[in-house]
Design a protein around this ligand. Structure first.
Ligand SMILES: Nc1nc2c(ncn2[C@@H]2O[C@H](COP(=O)(O)OP(=O)(O)OP(=O)(O)O)[C@@H](O)[C@H]2O)c(=O)[nH]1
Length: 294
């Protein structure tokens, strides 16, 4: 019998470029993806208007020497995107051609200093692939929240953009004895429940992350009092978790340290170090408590 073949259909646009088949579920934000040069693989979702530059506070922040402080402006115009060069030392180019002010079309490559950024539309297969790879690279496998690498990168990025910045560091209490009494899989169940609690109480733009083992952290644009209030809410929610293993109740508590940005801080690590010191003090003084930085 003849094997049944399904006729395939290749879709092309007016320039005869092959279009990815559109799936109903896809409708991602437009994004610029670094396809060559420093920061390759970085993905930036596009708002209606963004400035690209080396200067802290630009929406697409590219801290590279070949990029001007304020390099170019990308904005929506007549249903598409448009680019204006802001007088960059290395002039903006699109697909190799120098431009002052020009439309930017899906699939175009925008050259900013030594970086090549490709514009990907909401339904492109490349956009879906890059988003999936980004997800895999940035999430902790067990809990689904940010992994250490992504959390630290976001911490540095947030430091360039927010003056009101706070960090909550937390660590599950006596976690080793949970593993010893109930076994490693039950320990994993506890970590998963803590991750879910953080996700539930810290919606975006707050960012919860798993730093490693039983250590977690939350990054938020808030003042010290707001961050301490959130930490207290998290402490109570973790203490209220109802977990069991083969009919045996697993009691879980965590200790918290909170720190917020000071004018003297040179980087986000300085804030993290103070949150960690406060967490250490919370452990030392009895656990299951929130302590602000000294
Ligand atoms: N189940 C499980 N255990 C882990 C994982 N990662 C690290 N651990 C365990 O976490 C435990 C951490 O123990 P400690 O650092 O001594 O801390 P603790 O027992 O929580 O004590 P305190 O922090 O002082 O309250 C170790 O036994 C690690 O083996 C993981 O992914 N899953």
């Amino acid at each position: 019998m003849e094997p049944k073949t399904v006729p395939s259909r290749i879709l092309t646009d007016h320039t005869m470029r092959v279009q990815a088949p559109t799936l109903a579920a896809e409708n991602r934000p437009w994004c610029l993806v670094v396809v060559a040069g420093p920061m390759v693989g970085s993905r930036f979702e596009l708002a209606d208007a963004v400035t690209i530059g080396r200067e802290a506070g630009t929406e697409i922040h590219l801290p590279e020497p070949s990029v001007s402080r304020r390099h170019c402006h990308v904005f929506r115009k007549r249903g598409g995107f448009w680019v204006n060069d802001l007088g960059a030392t290395n002039p903006v180019r699109i697909n190799g051609m120098q431009v002052k002010s020009s439309p930017l079309l899906e699939g175009d490559v925008l050259i900013v200093g030594d970086l090549m950024l490709k514009l990907l539309g909401p339904n492109s297969a490349e956009n879906a692939m890059v988003a999936a790879l980004h997800d895999q690279a940035s999430k902790d496998v067990l809990t689904g929240i940010a992994n250490r690498r992504h959390f630290r990168a976001e911490m540095e990025r947030a430091f360039t953009q927010h003056s009101d910045l706070a960090l909550i560091a937390l660590d599950v209490d006596h976690f080793k004895s949970i593993n010893d009494r109930f076994g490693h899989p039950a320990g994993d169940k506890v970590l998963t429940a803590v991750g879910a609690t953080l996700r539930r109480h810290c919606p975006p733009p707050a960012l919860p992350g798993r730093i490693g083992g039983e250590e977690f952290a939350v990054l938020l644009a808030a003042n010290h009092a707001e961050a301490c209030a959130l930490a207290e809410q998290l402490r109570a929610a973790i203490e209220a978790l109802q977990l069991e293993d083969e009919g045996r109740e697993i009691r879980v508590t965590a200790s918290f340290g909170v720190a917020s940005r000071r004018p003297v801080d040179a980087d986000a690590d300085a804030i993290y170090a103070r949150a960690d010191a406060a967490l250490y003090e919370a452990k030392r003084s009895g656990r299951n408590r929130v302590l602000g930085e000294a």
